[in-house]
Write a protein that binds this ligand. Structure first.
Ligand SMILES: [Zn+2]
Length: 382
């Protein structure tokens, strides 16, 4: 494709408002574009107007390189803070502005275009490139969860997530868990607390136990650092002279392989069991969000190939780094086989979710070439 055509593809999908939904319009656009170049794809319906997209190029039998991007974007926020309309992609001074320009329609478009160009150039690939374009990444990695549970990631030998990483390659990130604990008590007048059960007091018992556990953990990850726990939302009671009958606490935990999600769930379950055995304590725990840490081998061939391809294209050496934030990879790694993951895409993470989000058009073009090289190199090894 010519540069202008490549850019037009990105503009077209930025112009589709897929704020936490409506990803099917993006999937339809990409499916049509792929079809125009002789590449079939398959929509995987998630809900009304929401579908992930799976597509492959190459041949059966050898390795499979997964490339993945999410099609949803976050809310544009306060539109008055934008110089350019968030859903009318605007090109100015080597930058393309619009919601999703960085996070991550540029990564997604670059992957699709790389596949199309390899197909058009009739490149022989000894293996397959598999596109997994997802719904609902920003609100729980919903598409990745569905695709993985339906087996679409079972044949992967490596996975590239095209989130803005720039310019670096991320090979590990922490897991993330959200929980809600509800404490049930009994109302009474605060002058006669003996007739009530103070839901806030009981909630504090839980909080203190959790914090004791947190303080007791000595394990740390040499690269990701410590696991963390933060109480982030709390509510309870409704009147200053009444013993509260209800109190709620929400918290977020960032996990590491040494203190993983399973371990945390077990610890929390034990704490709850112990406290609920006490008189008048009634606590309920719900896990609202549960995403695994991703920890790939720093020396994996896909990391090495990505690094080399970027350097060849731009003359710049890039670092292998870790990150705190979660990605669709947290779901895809639940697939049958173990495979290395890298997060490597155009744009910079700090630009994500901001007003006047943009991607450098040069960076976008470079990443199309880098992806093409990576696909060819990964599939010609072994
Ligand atoms: Zn993203």
């Amino acid at each position: 494709m010519e540069q202008q055509e490549r850019l037009q593809v990105l503009k077209d999908i930025v112009n589709i408002d897929s704020t936490n939904g409506n990803e099917e319009a993006v999937a339809d656009y990409l499916a049509k574009l792929l079809k125009k170049h002789g590449i079939d794809s398959q929509k995987v319906q998630f809900a009304e107007n929401r579908a992930s997209l799976v597509s492959e190029i190459g041949e059966e039998g050898k390795r499979v390189l997964g490339v993945s991007g999410h099609m949803d974007v976050v809310d544009a926020g306060d539109v008055s803070k934008w110089t350019y309309p968030p859903f009318e992609a605007t090109e100015k001074d080597g930058k393309l502005y619009g919601r999703g320009a960085t996070d991550m329609k540029s990564g997604l478009a670059a992957m699709v275009i790389a596949m199309i160009e390899l197909q058009d150039e009739k490149k022989t690939l000894s293996g397959k490139v598999k596109l997994l374009a997802t719904v609902g990444e920003e609100i729980g990695e919903l598409g990745a969860e569905q695709l993985t549970s339906e087996g679409y990631a079972d044949d992967l030998d490596a996975l590239v997530i095209g989130e803005p990483s720039g310019p670096q390659i991320c090979y590990a990130h922490k897991g993330s868990m959200n929980y809600t604990v509800t404490s049930y008590g009994k109302n009474a007048h605060s002058s006669m607390p003996e007739f009530g059960v103070n839901a806030i007091d009981n909630l504090m018992l839980f909080y203190n136990e959790v914090e004791d556990f947190v303080a007791s953990v000595k394990d740390t990850n040499p690269l990701l650092g410590n696991f963390t726990h933060n109480a982030t939302v709390v509510s309870g009671g409704n009147q200053v002279n009444s013993i509260p009958e209800l109190a709620k606490l929400q918290g977020n935990i960032r996990t590491i392989p040494e203190v993983d999600n399973e371990k945390i769930q077990q610890v929390f379950a034990d704490i709850l069991k112990k406290l609920n055995a006490e008189k008048d304590v009634k606590l309920e725990l719900v896990w609202d969000y549960d995403k695994l840490p991703v920890f790939s081998d720093k020396d994996s061939d896909i990391a090495r190939i990505g690094q080399a391809a970027y350097e060849r294209r731009t003359g710049q050496k890039i670092q292998l780094v870790t990150a705190a934030g979660t990605t669709d990879a947290a779901e895809f790694i639940k697939a049958k086989k173990d495979f290395p993951v890298i997060i490597f895409g155009p744009g910079v993470g700090e630009m994500a979710h901001q007003a006047d989000e943009y991607v450098s058009t040069e960076n976008y073009n470079d990443m199309i070439e880098v992806y093409k090289d990576m696909m060819v190199d990964f599939l010609s090894e072994k």
